[in-house]
Design a binder for this molecule. Structure first.
Ligand SMILES: C[S@@+](CC[C@H](N)C(=O)[O-])C[C@H]1O[C@@H](n2cnc3c(N)ncnc32)[C@H](O)[C@@H]1O
Length: 407
């Protein structure tokens, strides 16, 4: 049995979404403008205050019935569910909902030293994967922004349908994730608020990472959207692996001087770099022709994937990404000697080509890694010495001198 979650608000009120006359009449009876009723319907928002009373009154239903029909569970309903769990579970068993079908395994299209690439639907592939087998999952699903993908998937679903689909693949990801394994979801903040709420009941929240990238033009009446959200969860209390990279301190690109004061504690700063925070400013959008592996705007930066793989996996661990795209995760996993499983529902030639020419990505990755895990990069170090700025070495020597004088 499949639930189609569309127009739940109007459905709860027994109103056809296309029946303009009925909607107009309902608006008149309740005194609520049509635009506001449509807003409740479009975004599946529960009305509140006077609207709620008037709507329930006019439709002849109780508040609880409206909540349930719209699929929203508040604390009162939750307590009732808990109290009546026996009866409710019996009803659920009888209705036989959500029995997973067992689809055929999607075709394997590429085998590499470390990984396996499949072509097909990730839901089907995950159905064939064992419980608790993956160390790290990174997922960058379509954002439901009505984009045209080479796979021609429908990227313009109703919000409820999109979220329902996300919860389907998340359930499977959670099942195949090892205890102590990590899950990262890359999405717009709007969608990740819902996915976080879902995951908070199933995994342990680690971080909401904001990645500073501008992705649209400014929108009238809104703040300028300038970050993607990367949510990070682990299965069980603690992740098995956690070694975040450290970053160089901020330096003026012109005079190579300090951009921040760091509280005047130069001598306490770790020469291996600054602690990674949950706001990432240094992830570039992929624009460079040499590093852009396919047309369209969905390819992620190698730097982003490298940071995640480094933080939450070790060599030999198994990495899974259900949404292949241009294969960024698979390329980085291959270079970093992680085992990996990948799948893409659309064309896979781009991914295969990328894996066959892994040298390009390896070269770029080596460049990226040279510039982290140090307080000042080698390139800037020389320039700072020339201009008489402090360096970790000069601070250390000064400290030793000071201690000698203090004696
Ligand atoms: C946002 S892109 C991923 C981009 C990727 N992270 C990269 O760096 O290239 C999402 C991809 O998921 C694919 N996709 C959508 N639904 C899928 C499904 N059910 N199974 C597998 N792939 C799917 C789309 O065709 C698209 O290429």
């Amino acid at each position: 049995m499949k639930f189609i979650m569309k127009n739940l608000f109007f459905k709860a009120l027994n109103i056809e979404e296309t029946d303009k006359l009925m909607i107009r009449r309902f608006a008149k009876t309740t005194g609520i403008p049509i635009e506001r009723l449509s807003y409740y319907n479009r975004f599946n928002i529960i009305p509140s205050g006077k609207d709620l009373l008037q709507i329930c009154d006019a439709a002849g239903i109780t508040e609880i019935e409206l909540f349930l029909k719209m699929g929203v569970i508040d604390s009162r309903i939750l307590s009732l569910i808990k109290e009546n769990a026996d009866q409710i579970s019996q009803i659920i068993q009888k209705t036989d909902i959500e029995k997973d079908e067992f689809p055929a395994i999607p075709p394997l299209v590429r085998n590499t030293n470390c990984g396996k690439l499949y072509q097909g639907d990730c839901l089907d592939l995950m159905q064939h994967m064992d419980d608790d087998c993956v160390d790290l999952i990174f997922a960058d699903p379509p954002f439901n922004l009505n984009k045209l993908y080479p796979s021609n998937i429908d990227d313009n679903l109703k919000s409820e349908e999109y979220l329902r689909w996300c919860k389907q693949w998340l359930d499977k990801c959670i099942r195949i994730l090892k205890p102590g394994g990590s899950l990262f979801i890359w999405n717009l903040p709007k969608w990740n608020t819902y996915l976080s709420e879902y995951l908070n009941h199933r995994l342990t929240f680690r971080h909401w990472i904001s990645v500073d990238i501008k992705y649209t033009l400014p929108i009238k009446g809104r703040l300028y959207p300038s970050h993607y959200s990367l949510i990070y969860y682990c299965k069980g209390e603690k992740p098995n692996t956690f070694h975040p990279d450290r970053l160089p301190m901020d330096i003026c690109p012109h005079c190579v001087g300090d951009l921040k004061d760091y509280g005047g504690y130069k001598n306490k700063m770790n020469p291996d770099g600054i602690n990674l925070t949950d706001v990432w400013f240094d992830i570039p959008p992929v624009r460079h022709k040499k590093y852009k592996k396919r047309n369209g705007s969905n390819e992620l930066s190698i730097k982003l994937i490298d940071r995640i793989i480094e933080m939450a996996s070790d060599e030999g661990d198994l990495v899974f990404d259900p949404f292949g795209g241009s294969g960024t995760t698979y390329a980085v996993a291959e270079i970093k000697k992680r085992k990996w499983i990948g799948i893409e529902i659309g064309p896979v030639d781009g991914i295969i080509d990328r894996l066959d020419n892994i040298g390009d990505d390896a070269e770029y990755l080596a460049k990226i890694r040279k510039e982290i895990n140090c307080l000042i990069t080698n390139r800037d170090l020389k320039r700072r010495i020339d201009r008489g700025w402090w360096t970790p070495d000069s601070v250390r020597k000064e400290n030793i001198k000071f201690k000698k004088v203090a004696k």
